[in-house]
Design a protein around this ligand. Structure first.
Ligand code: GLN
Length: 190
């Protein structure tokens, strides 16, 4: 795994924690703020945060077009929480600047206000049990095409993949378990 260069989109949100998790998996983790910095990486994590803010900043710095073209060239992308929203082809009842790369329809803030944040155990396909930390999380109500569900909670899809794309509604970077980071690294070719 050593030698894989992974970027973490560092415009806003929880990027430091992803950087630490990747480093402890033995990957090189770089904070990305410009299209030029993106050039060097084989994989990209879009962190949690505020998806409207990250989406607007991505456009301002022309990172949206740069990310789409790197993806076409083979880059793997993992979106956590806000990152999941930014990757979705569809946002139910809303529209906002995003990448629209993955065949999922997401519901923003889908777990409601009463349960803003919570932690629960999840059973993840191919990986096993993990602790899911949810913070004003979205969920996917549908996936289609090549997209496959990897975990659900309360009947709601909270993790999915489609080849080089991975999304989690929860925050693995806020736990001590790096198994989902390891899983993402397997999708990244160096
Ligand atoms: N609720 C946020 C949004 O819609 C996502 C929250 C998160 O990333 N922790 O952008």
């Amino acid at each position: 795994m050593a030698g894989k260069k992974i970027g973490i989109l560092a415009l806003q949100g929880a990027f430091i924690e992803h950087q630490q998790a990747l480093t402890s998996c033995g990957a090189q983790a770089l904070q990305i703020r410009t299209a030029r910095e993106l050039e060097q990486v084989d994989g990209l994590i879009i962190p949690g945060g505020e998806s409207t803010t990250i989406g607007k900043l991505m456009q301002t710095y022309q990172l949206d077009t740069a990310i789409r073209s790197k993806f076409e060239q083979g880059m793997a992308i993992w979106g956590t929480c806000a990152g999941m929203i930014l990757l979705a082809r569809e946002i139910v009842g809303m529209d906002q600047p995003r990448l629209e790369l993955m065949n999922i329809a997401v519901v923003r803030n889908g777990f409601g206000r009463q349960v803003d944040s919570f932690e629960t155990e999840l059973e993840v396909e191919k990986i096993g049990r993990v602790n899911g930390v949810f913070i004003r999380a979205p969920y996917a109500e549908r996936v289609w095409g090549g997209a496959k569900v990897m975990a659900s909670y309360d009947g709601k899809i909270v993790m999915a993949e489609d080849d080089r794309l991975l999304v989690t509604a929860f925050h693995p970077e806020l736990t001590q378990n790096n198994c989902i980071h390891e899983y993402f690294l397997e999708k990244v070719s160096d």
